[in-house]
Design a protein around this ligand. Structure first.
Ligand code: SAT
Ligand code: MN
Length: 618
């Protein structure tokens, strides 16, 4: 068991919990932790959950360094984490997940709003009381022999009026250590919460990790989340997709703001002028790489810094502009393909204090993944924990293997990430992974047209969600799996923004993934995406020109800075990248219509007429 007891384990407090009904065992709960917050509603709720789940002890996480050391040791002793070679990977740990539990499960994700129409046709809905009863049965006694951890955390910068408090109860030490990186956790959140009972209530129980008993349920009317049967990030780090997006979008609907699946970056031009950009891409389409981009060598004086890589909360500011914060404090990024040239910043960031999940490792504590700089070392152990055969077709690292790294280790971190009021957004970018149809870049004519572009965006499915790999599906604003209410109403919320904001951001669409007839990518991507960003920024500043086309404003070859681009770029190749193919657009419009039909009758009429206008222009 644990060799070195932390100082606070010596002064364990014994706390008596009297049971209301004569169910077995729990008379005493051990309270770990140097401090316990004084908040009465928080304590009462934790007690209720403990009486239901019957853990051996309750551990109140205070977020201290000492606690982190203790939990890491405890996780290693339990076999949940493997300590990596600390010379090569200081402060880094490794986790194998259950092979049946490696991605978000959208079929098992529910929005349990009071009425089915509130969840809308794109979400799974369940009647809230039925779901509560079912989950209560599943949770009953589920933490026997285990520790119940209480994670009090902030989504948002300290001192921000946008910041929300969440409390996640979990019996997974892996979740605690990840949440510690992904959020501002412990005392800082107790202080922010004070005596208020206004916090998101999240319960997570690992159970036996059985896909049959895996449910990720949201109760927006109660600001509550219950997730059982999974240990995978997106399903169990409840602050992230569950609170910051699904519950968050619903809060935004009621309160007049937007919770978005967007990265946030700051672009500084050689004159020192800063432009803030928000960009929505579906999971595993390169958001983290884009948010940490290093401009090509000849972009002297240009600087990109990261505010967020996954989630943005955006609200109208007093000056009439749209302000955004990143509610998170860390990155949960896809590992395969990360190397010094694809993402130098991420490579240096994940060298310390990082938790790796489902990459490949060696018995002596080194790591490897597909697309890392070096050849696989000998004796590699694959993501499932088996000796890897280099001749086999199996990947050594799971395609959705992840790093969890604190944002403070990102050498390109923008100071603005700590600003309580957030940053004013000038450009919003929508994108997806499309082998055809979608040009490299175009700009919306106006806000409504831009909302239509986002609402009809499609993308090929990736390994971040179980099933459907490679199929194109509509993924409006990259929010299909994350919108906590009726998608048609969500489009309305976007349209409403035009009345709340005086200086509306310009809206763009990008596609880094277009291919030629032989299946080769037409665009080099990664740092070269800076060329597209430059045009976008100059469009916002009114200094770049563009051609009017049926689908929007487009740069000509001359409008783009192609000096020194990797692999070269001829005018012909650029034309292929930007081509508007009538046959492909015909197909696209059919798919859009199918999607709108699915959302009927809640698609705003403005968007239907945008589609008609597009047809007539084409
Ligand atoms: O697994 S997560 O949902 O957190 C990441 C993603 O799919 O975007
Ligand atoms: Mn994401």
């Amino acid at each position: 068991m644990i060799q070195n007891k932390p100082s606070f384990e010596k002064n364990v407090e014994r706390h008596s919990l009297r049971k209301k009904n004569g169910s077995k065992s729990l008379d005493q709960i051990l309270l770990f932790g140097q401090n316990v917050p004084s908040n009465k509603s928080l304590k009462e709720w934790v007690q209720q959950v403990a009486l239901l789940t019957l853990p051996d002890c309750v551990f109140w996480c205070d977020g201290s360094e000492e606690e982190k050391e203790y939990l890491n040791e405890r996780a290693v002793a339990q076999g949940v984490l493997i300590k990596l070679d600390q010379k090569k990977w200081p402060g880094c740990y490794y986790h194998h997940s259950n092979p049946n539990d490696v991605a978000r499960v959208e079929q098992k994700t529910f929005i349990c709003s009071e009425r089915k129409e509130e969840a809308g046709p794109t979400n799974n809905w369940a009647e809230p009381q039925e779901m509560y009863s079912k989950l209560e049965e599943i949770l009953r006694g589920s933490m026997k022999g285990r520790t119940l951890y209480v994670i009090t955390y902030l989504m948002g910068p300290i001192g921000s009026s946008m910041t929300r408090v969440g409390v996640e109860i979990t019996d997974s030490i892996y979740v605690v250590l990840n949440m510690r990186i992904m959020t501002r956790m412990g005392k800082v959140a107790w202080n922010h919460l004070g005596d208020s009972s206004n916090f998101n209530r999240g319960i997570h129980a690992l159970l036996d990790c059985n896909p049959e008993r895996r449910f990720i349920c949201h109760f927006p009317q109660d600001n509550t989340i219950i997730s059982v049967g999974s240990g995978y990030g997106g399903n169990v780090l409840l602050g992230k997709k569950c609170l910051a997006l699904r519950i968050g979008s619903d809060l935004g609907r009621r309160e007049g703001w937007l919770a978005e699946h967007m990265l946030l970056l700051c672009l500084e031009d050689p004159q020192g002028k800063k432009t803030y950009v928000a960009a929505a891409f579906p999971s595993s389409c390169g958001k983290t790489n884009f948010a940490m981009m290093i401009p090509p060598a000849n972009f002297e004086g240009w600087k990109v810094t990261t505010i967020g890589d996954d989630i943005a909360w955006m609200r109208p500011g007093e000056d009439g502009r749209l302000y955004a914060i990143n509610p998170e404090a860390g990155y949960f990024g896809v590992v395969p393909g990360t190397n010094e040239s694809s993402n130098w910043n991420a490579m240096s960031m994940i060298k310390k204090d990082t938790i790796f999940t489902n990459v490949a490792r060696t018995p002596d504590g080194d790591l490897w993944w597909e697309g890392k700089d070096n050849a696989p070392p000998l004796g590699l152990i694959d993501w499932k924990g088996d000796l890897w055969d280099p001749l086999s077709a199996e990947k050594a690292a799971h395609p959705n293997s992840r790093f969890t790294a604190p944002m403070k280790n990102n050498s390109a971190l923008a100071e603005e990430v700590y600003w309580p009021e957030g940053v004013p957004i000038s450009a919003i970018i929508f994108g997806g992974r499309r082998a055809n149809t979608m040009p490299l870049v175009f700009q919306a004519f106006d806000w409504i047209h831009g909302v239509y572009m986002g609402a009809t965006a499609g993308s090929e499915m990736t390994a971040a969600a179980a099933g459907g790999l490679g199929q194109v599906r509509r993924d409006p604003m990259a929010m299909l799996p994350f919108c906590g209410y009726n998608m048609g109403k969500y489009f309305d919320r976007w349209l409403q923004m035009q009345y709340q904001i005086k200086e509306l951001p310009s809206i763009f669409h990008v596609n880094w993934f277009r291919k030629d007839d032989e299946g080769n990518f037409l665009w080099p991507g990664f740092g070269e995406n800076m060329r597209v960003l430059q045009w976008i920024v100059e469009r916002c500043q009114g200094s770049a020109s563009a051609l009017e086309t049926p689908i929007g404003w487009m740069p000509s070859y001359e409008d783009m800075n192609m000096d020194g681009i990797a692999g070269g770029m001829t005018a012909e190749r650029f034309a292929a990248l930007q081509k508007i193919d009538p046959a492909e657009w015909k197909q696209e419009l059919i798919l859009q219509e199918e999607f709108f039909m699915k959302l009927y009758p809640d698609v705003p009429k403005e968007l239907i007429s945008q589609r008609e206008l597009l047809i007539s222009r084409l």
